[in-house]
Design a protein around this ligand. Structure first.
Ligand code: ADP
Ligand code: MG
Length: 276
């Protein structure tokens, strides 16, 4: 049987404060395989970001296990690892681009390489190639405030990709963009990720986005989040670009199924504030 890249086993987590305990994740288990593009949807506040922080190694689970089976060919003899914040094998992209205004786009793109002491001539070359591939080369000496929101998100993705992570975590990376920009940027970014064959885990509150971008959708229930269902997405299309996939005949069936799953959660407690 194929080895998963990432395995979550029975993860539980609660936040503790003086006011008391906030259970966020309850017995969450799933596996992610190499090359998969998976979306995670669920009611607002259910624990999606907590889950991604845990996968990134920023927060440790209270109980359960997160096992990462990645590693380059020369590392295959190593044991699977628990991810740590300094582990360059994962890339984490957030809602805001977090580009530094005082650095040029090129300097921003190579920032992770600098911090991780990985700035070799080959990697600089790769950063330049990515800027060329994704139409940002002529803006390489500009500052972030001279670029559009979509261009800045592309630069943020390149900054993540130059580190050659094996797993990309994306926490609502398009939600700060206006709707039209969001459609084209999410489509662009998804095509970039697919073309590089990266394994990606995307959190989104936009059900249409999840269906058009992902090959698999994990639905979380309301807080404390449990895994409600795991839906493989198969769309019959000749042009499988994310934008075109919204026209697939099966699209509305997936949408209705997801909407029902989320609405059932709403009826359990009126907490879902996500828009579609
Ligand atoms: P989501 O990303 O699904 O919107 P989060 O993972 O951010 O949800 O949060 C899950 C729940 O945990 C929320 O109800 C939130 O209020 C609570 N929470 C998040 N961070 C903290 C924290 N640092 N301390 C206490 N509670 C928190
Ligand atoms: Mg969140």
């Amino acid at each position: 049987m194929e080895q998963p890249l990432l395995e979550l086993k029975d993860i539980c987590y609660s936040y503790h404060s003086l006011e008391g305990e906030t259970p966020a994740l309850s017995h969450v288990s799933f596996r992610i395989y190499k090359g998969e593009f998976t979306a995670i949807v669920g009611p607002s506040g259910c624990g999606k970001s907590t889950l991604l922080n845990m996968i990134a190694g920023l927060t440790a689970p209270e109980s359960g296990e997160i096992i990462f089976h990645g590693g380059s060919p020369e590392q295959v003899t190593q044991q699977p690892c628990t991810l740590t914040p300094s582990c360059p094998r994962i890339g984490y992209m957030l809602q805001h681009d977090h580009l530094f205004e005082w650095r040029t786009i090129y300097q921003n793109v190579i920032l992770g390489l600098e911090i991780n002491h990985m700035l070799t001539p080959e990697r600089k070359e790769r950063a330049i190639q990515l800027l060329k591939d994704y139409d940002l080369y002529k803006f390489r000496d500009k500052k972030p405030n001279e670029l559009s929101g979509g261009m800045k998100q592309r630069a943020a993705l390149i900054r993540t990709l130059v580190l050659e992570p094996e797993l990309l975590l994306l926490d609502e990376p398009f939600s700060a963009l206006d709707y039209q920009t969001r459609l084209s940027v999410s489509s662009d970014i998804c095509s970039i990720i697919r073309s590089t064959g990266k394994t990606a885990l995307l959190i989104t509150h936009d059900l249409s986005e999840a269906i058009s971008l992902a090959g698999r959708i994990l639905v979380l229930g309301r807080r404390p989040a449990t895994l409600k269902c795991d839906i493989p997405v198969r769309l019959t299309l000749t042009d499988d670009s994310p934008l075109a996939s919204r026209n697939a005949p099966e699209f509305k069936d997936y949408f209705n199924r997801l909407w029902k799953e989320i609405s059932d959660e709403n009826h359990r407690q009126p907490e879902f504030s996500g828009k579609i």
